[in-house]
Every structure is written in C-alpha cells, then in structure tokens.
Design a binder for this molecule. Sequence first.
Ligand code: SF4
Length: 386
Amino acid sequence: MLKSIVSITKTRRNPDFKEIEKAVRKGISLIGGIEDIISSGDLVLINPSWVAPPADPESAVITCPEVTKAVADMVREMGAEPVIAESSCVGVDTEKVIENSGYNDLRNQGYRVVDLKKTAKVKIPIDNGYVLKEVETFELVTQAHVIISVPKLKTHDQTEMTCSLKKMKGLESDKDKRRMHQVGIFKGISDINTVFKPALTVVDAILCQEGLGPIFGRPLEMDLVVAGKDPVSVDSICSQIIGYKPEEVLVTKFAAERGLGVMDNEFIEVVGEKLEKVKRRFMRSIEDNPVQVEGFSLIHGGVTCTGCRNGVMSALADMRRDNQLMHLPGITVITGDPPIPVGISKDSIVAVGQCVPAKKRGERFVKGCPPNNVFIVQAIMGERGK
Ligand code: SF4
C-alpha cells in the first residue's frame, strides 16, 4: 500500500511573507506539488480558518493571510482561479473578520476574498451519513473544482484540536453549524467531510493556540507549515505534533474509521522535519482557566456550539477587563442542556441561549442564538449591572 505523505517545514522565528512563502512552496513540493490536483481554468476554493475577528494578529485566532496568499499565488501560476472563502462561527459577521485582518489587504491587492454568509445557499445530500442526511452549504462551494483547506492549528474546547477536518464546518451555513452540535459534533464533522473533500491541506502552524482555543487560547509560536493531500493524515500528524495520540482526537478517529484517509503512522510517510523533533505538548483546553474565581461555575451542555461558548467567554473577558470578577462567586452559568448539579438554587443560575430548556431557565435567562455578551454580563450582575 502506498503511504500517505505529510510534510513538515520549519520557518525562521517571526517569519515574514517571503519566509512563509518559501515554507509553503517547499512543503507542497515535498508532497509532490499541485500539478496532479489543479488544472488550468479550475475554480479553486481556498478555505482558511476565520472563526471570529482576531483582537490582533498575534492572537492566533485565524489562519494568517500570508499562508493563504502563498497558496493562492501557486494556484494562479497553474492558470487556475483562486477564491479565498469561508463563513465564520455562528453569530459572527465574517466581513468583520476580513476587515480586522490582513485579508482586506489581499482583497485590495486583487485577490477574490468572499464572505460565504453573503452568498447563495444550497443543500447537498450526504450518503450513508452517521448523523446527517444532508448539509446546507454555499453554491460557490459546490461550483469549485478543487477545495484547498488552510486551517490554523489550535487546541479546541470541544474537539481537543482544530485542524483540517474540523475546518470544513466553515463551509456550512450557520443553521447547519448549530444543528451539528445537536446531532453530535464528532460524527457530524466526519459526515460533512464525505462531501467537502479538500484535495490539499496546508496548515498554518506558525503561531498556534494552546489552552482555551479556538478563540480564547494562548498564542504559541511553532513556526511550522504542515502539508498533505490526505486531511486525515495531516490531522493525525498535527495532533501528534501538539502532544495527542491521533485516536484521542475523535474527529480524526471517526474520519479514519469510515475510510476518509489514514491515521496510523504505519501508513504515513513524514517528510521534511522529523516529527519527534518538532513535537511540543500543548496545554489542553481543559487545563486552561482564564477566569479562576472560587464559587463560580460554568457548565456547557453537550449541545452547546461555538456561538454560546464564545459569547460567555467574551462576557467573562469583559468582566475581567472591567474589574467585575468579584460579582461571579455564587453564580452558575449554563448553556445548552446540561445536568444541573445538586444543591444549586435556581436563582443563582444564569441560563444563556435558547438551547437551555424552559424548565431550567429561571429569572436570569439570556435569550438569543447566540446571545449578546453585554446581556450575559447584565444577567450575571443582576441589580448591580443596572
Ligand atoms: S443558543 Fe447557543 S448553543 Fe444553542 S445553537 Fe444558539 S448559539 Fe449555539
């Protein structure tokens, strides 16, 4: 059996565009180039991670534009048309991500940069899905001859890691992103990867995030570009780089089990840098706690999606900034439909988002999908908030 090839390329510290471009080109050349997957005239959808607007480029929330630009330039050299497109997480204005990052500069330089949320939606069937029979996506995605995934390597508070397979969620409509959390995210992601099949993955592992990713994690410089044509193999190698066994990341495990690619090192050839040499254990999301306040609890139910997780973390970050954390003791914030621990009084519960069932909501319910973080802060502070 032919092995799947994954390249690991190291850049210098703090690389500029020239250095990043060199690493991207070398990484792609090490896996055999793109001539076998792209033809002149193809429409090539390049899909970076734009989960939410980055506070600054050093926050490592989104794929850095330099990696995406380097890939787009290679596509252009093939006589094909690159289109850089993505839809951010539920409730986030994708255009704000473009405006608050170097992607607006790419647009000004003549690259086609598209907010998928503003484009026409279509439904496509999923044959033999574990949990999904169809997915709502965007017409542009179905028109593309080739998809190139350009994820950012980060830890993730729900899926341990986010890389190429998880990234495909950005090709779903907001409605289906929400639904994914209700039907089961691990199997749901493997379902959508049966229809969104990137022919190439180029991972931005230059400035990564550890801890409470994918938005509120801690930036960590790795200076790596990882590339491959099998997204399962790429995710497997990336998970090992950051200190997981591949099967610990259930998204990778389910994708490998249904034959979307190979996960075992026995069937993967790593070229470029040695895997052992670049490994570094990332802080898990569960090990990170940016708001350590005794007597305060945050409980996310299984159905909670990035919208409410993000909203609550933004609210807590606002309270930390405004020196309001002293109002947290005695409060339990819940999202989704979690079990309520025994002994918690209903009036101490702040229920966030419409996924919380009516019987668990109480007086301090914050409506919305996702709710605004300002209202979450007000609900936590009660009378004091007024
Ligand atoms: S209420 Fe919150 S958890 Fe539920 S779908 Fe909306 S954003 Fe997601």
